[in-house]
Design a protein around this ligand. Structure first.
Ligand code: HEC
Ligand code: HEC
Length: 343
């Protein structure tokens, strides 16, 4: 009798357990059918991630001092580390552009060379120096070229603050977003050279409102306050070594972002051909030269095809490297060196 009771108790627990398990599985299946998202925490978090609302957060929330200082440097570069800096030793940048003249909307716009997640993309290999560089090296790449200036000391408060702001921008960014957010627009390269006459027409129609006929843009009242609309060529512009001086890179930037406030990466205003021709047009004017640029890309095979300055690892003309057609050069590198170039 005792034995039987013992066995019955065991069996009851066993059956109870099995029934409980079936109920849990059943409820699970029901829940999954009605709301599968409950079981996908990771992906939902990914899809929900949005770029920060920078201006709003700067005004309404507490921001760590280094993040805030980084933001100020990047959005008013000329005042903090440029020609308008009070202390001469702080004048690293050589022109009155801001970093955010090209990294649109405080460097936070997908398609506007966003910095959200950029710190996750470095260190990485760069052909320009033929070595692996970290985020500070990359910042200094734009300092020496886009800003026509000098490198910022790696350990300075300024450099640390710039990186802190970039990290803040990409806070909690899911890995799946890091690449899609980067860069500019996709563009089908026309299989012909830039047509400067057509480029000029596009410029006169879609760009002069802000950048003016002479390409010199519009200053804020004092140069200390920088430009309302930045210059696109001339002494106060990016130098010859800058990424924006390459027609392929400039066309992709322009397609995704210009005319300002009308074009976006998903809804561009210009066609691929218009962006291509106008990119050639703005880069046909004089701009500051870059010292020692012949030392760029020690492995010359890695030089982007639209780098407009010598030397190259091929026999295409300087004219063709500047204005295209680029497809034959791209094909040459695939056939001869098994290297697929996109810029
Ligand atoms: C004249 C336009 C211009 C200005 C001004 C400029 N940049 Fe850039 N920057 C670019 C372009 C174009 C690229 C992408 C180059 C390429 O595709 O090779 C880039 C790339 C970068 C990258 C790497 C982005 C990535 O996704 O890997 C960083 C970081 C960066 N810039 C920081 C800065 C900082 C900091 C400043 C100011 C000190 C600055 N840039 C000013 C045009 C500019
Ligand atoms: C409505 C005004 C406006 C129009 C129109 C416009 N831009 Fe811009 N552009 C800007 C502003 C403003 C910036 C800098 C972004 C910032 O300060 O936030 C800029 C930045 C640029 C830059 C990078 C910064 C530099 O100085 O090199 C290039 C290149 C550029 N524009 C080219 C063009 C081209 C080409 C067109 C015509 C297809 C065009 N823009 C039309 C306002 C405009």
């Amino acid at each position: 009798m005792e034995n039987f009771k013992f066995l019955a108790k065991r069996l009851a627990i066993l059956f109870g357990g099995i029934i409980g398990l079936i109920v849990v599985i059943f409820i699970g299946i029901q829940l999954y059918q009605t709301n599968p998202d409950l079981f996908r925490y990771e992906e939902i978090a990914d899809a929900d991630w949005k770029p920060r609302d920078v201006e709003n957060e700067m005004e309404t929330t507490y921001i760590m001092p280094d993040v805030r200082y980084g933001y100020e440097i990047l959005t008013e570069t000329q005042k903090h580390i440029g020609p308008q800096a009070k202390k001469p030793e702080m004048r690293y940048a050589g022109n009155n552009l801001k970093c955010t003249s090209c990294h649109i909307e405080s460097g936070n716009l997908p398609g506007g060379s966003s910095w959200a997640g950029v710190t996750d993309r470095y260190p990485k290999f760069g052909g320009r120096s033929n070595s692996t560089g970290d985020i500070k090296d990359r910042v200094n790449g734009c300092m020496e070229r886009s800003m026509n200036g000098e490198m910022i000391d790696r350990d300075s408060r300024e450099m640390r603050s710039i990186v802190a702001y970039m990290e803040w921008l990409g806070d909690k960014i899911p890995e799946s977003q890091v690449q899609p957010i980067a860069g500019f627009a996709e563009l089908e390269l026309p299989n012909r050279a830039v047509d400067l006459n057509k480029g000029k027409k596009v410029y006169m129609k879609d760009c002069t409102l802000c950048h003016k006929d002479d390409g010199q843009g519009v200053r804020n009242s004092e140069l200390e306050d920088g430009y309302q609309y930045p210059p696109l060529w001339g002494e106060d512009s990016y130098n010859e070594g800058a990424g924006m001086h390459r027609v392929i890179t400039a066309s992709k930037f322009i397609k995704a972002n210009m005319p300002y406030l009308s074009a976006t990466r998903d809804e561009p205003v210009l066609t691929d051909e218009e962006a291509y021709d106008v990119a050639g047009y703005i880069n046909s004017f004089d701009r500051p030269s870059k010292p020692n640029k012949e030392d760029d890309f020690p492995d010359r095979k890695l030089k982007p095809v639209s780098t407009p300055y010598a030397p190259w690892a091929d026999d295409f003309s300087a004219e063709q490297h500047k204005y295209g057609p680029f497809k034959p050069i791209i094909e040459h590198y695939i056939e001869k060196h098994d290297i697929k170039k996109s810029k």
